[in-house]
Ligand binder design. Structure first.
Ligand SMILES: *Cc1c(COP(=O)(O)O)cnc(C)c1O
Length: 380
């Protein structure tokens, strides 16, 4: 099976992990600070807070922004559950907004329609690795006094039309280092911000709400500490961070490989009337986390038939995502149902994610292309 996404870990990465295992600190300490500094530098962000997952980064953002009971946060309908869960963890309400039919990104118009007097923040998702229209979203958020969070779990390495990197485009940016994501630490995440106050709150939040971490207590000779607000153990170990720093050095090569494979797919499918890749906003740097196509004009149920046919040939296709508001849990908790976000619901029935990651060989890419082209026999 050719998976839709997977890590590319080499001997340098393994050596970096082995080296930290021989060092005195397996959590906290220089390996964590080095990974935070490396990601901050790569993204041009002032502060970076390493946490145990992308979900924890989103949760830390919500907590640091003071999102709580009675508050509403706008989230897009085509995303992973974590984008809504981080709001629910704070006992606030995610309000699901529809996406653009061509890019499947959250649009400023959809955000406007979702606003109420209770709205406090917007979480934009850089679906498939394409940055949202942050110029328009931040103007809207500024006008309304809302915080803007980028769920950039797909888009590390992307940039907007002015070349400003992902990590600098919102008040807080959340990254994930799950194995299918742009770089991996196994599990892991990071929250980026230019705001020193938000960074300090997120550092405290990842460590039980304690006002000083062990390293700073030790260096100041203090044994006293205080839990000053609700926090969690969301720390990322030094072992994970050593892998992350090593992986980050390869990110430019990973991004180039993803871009090259996406361009190969584009060319190979250009003459297939039933395969429509998503639109790309001109001038952006796409991080190419996912290569998503819409299967057009095949009729109801044909996407599922295509999914089954490709899986049967060992092509690990996937669907990103079922509409957020139609998961049983969110229907129950939010009272949502079909018809709330018609664009996302229609897209969710005809999208297919094809394998895209830097560990794909030319042979793998050729197999994917032949199998997708072969769908014309199935649907002929
Ligand atoms: C992967 C992902 C997350 C969660 O990241 P984890 O590291 O798995 O917790 C959140 N949002 C989106 C859009 C993701 O793809």
């Amino acid at each position: 099976m050719i998976p839709y996404g997977r890590q590319l870990v080499d001997e340098d990465d393994i050596a970096a992990v082995v080296a930290v295992l021989r060092s005195p600190l397996l959590t906290g300490g220089p390996a964590v600070a080095a990974f935070e500094a490396a990601v901050a530098t790569f993204c041009g962000a002032a502060s970076a807070v390493a946490v145990s997952s992308g979900t924890a980064a989103l949760h830390a953002a919500m907590a640091a922004l003071g999102i709580g009971p009675g508050d509403e946060v706008v989230v897009p309908a085509l995303t992973f559950a974590a984008t809504a869960n981080c709001v629910l963890y704070q006992n606030a309400r995610p309000v699901v907004a529809d996406v653009d039919p061509d890019t499947l990104l959250l649009t400023p118009a959809a955000v406007e329609r979702a606003l109420t007097a209770k709205t406090r923040a917007v979480i934009a998702v850089d679906y498939a690795g394409q940055p949202c229209d942050y110029a328009a979203l931040s103007a809207l958020c500024r006008d309304r006094g809302l915080a803007l969070v980028a769920d950039a779990c797909h888009s590390l390495g992307g940039a907007d039309e002015r070349g400003r990197p992902v990590g600098t485009l919102a008040d807080v940016t959340a990254l994930s280092f799950h194995p299918v994501k742009p770089v991996t630490t196994g599990e892991g995440g990071m929250a980026l911000t230019a705001d020193a106050n938000l960074a300090a709150r997120m550092r405290r939040f990842r460590n039980h709400g304690i006002d000083a971490d062990f390293t700073s207590r030790e260096s100041s000779g203090q044994h006293r500490y205080a839990v000053v607000e609700q926090g969690f153990n969301y720390r990322l170990s030094a072992i994970h961070c050593a892998l992350g720093t090593s992986q980050l050095g390869k990110l430019p090569a990973f991004l180039a490989a993803r871009r090259r494979i996406a361009a190969t797919y584009d060319a190979a499918f250009a003459d297939l009337p039933f395969v429509a890749p998503l639109s790309r906003r001109p001038g952006l740097t796409h991080a190419w986390h996912l290569y998503v196509v819409r299967l057009r004009g095949l009729g109801a149920g044909r996407r599922d038939a295509a999914h089954a046919a490709l899986l049967a040939q060992g092509i690990g296709v996937n669907v990103h995502y079922p509409p957020l508001h139609l998961h049983p849990h969110f229907r129950r908790v939010l009272g949502t149902g079909p018809g709330l976000c018609p664009v996302a619901e229609a897209a969710s029935a005809d999208i297919l994610t094809l394998p895209l990651h830097p560990a794909l060989t030319d042979d793998d890419v050729a197999r994917v292309i032949a199998a997708v082209r072969g769908l014309s026999r199935l649907f002929g």
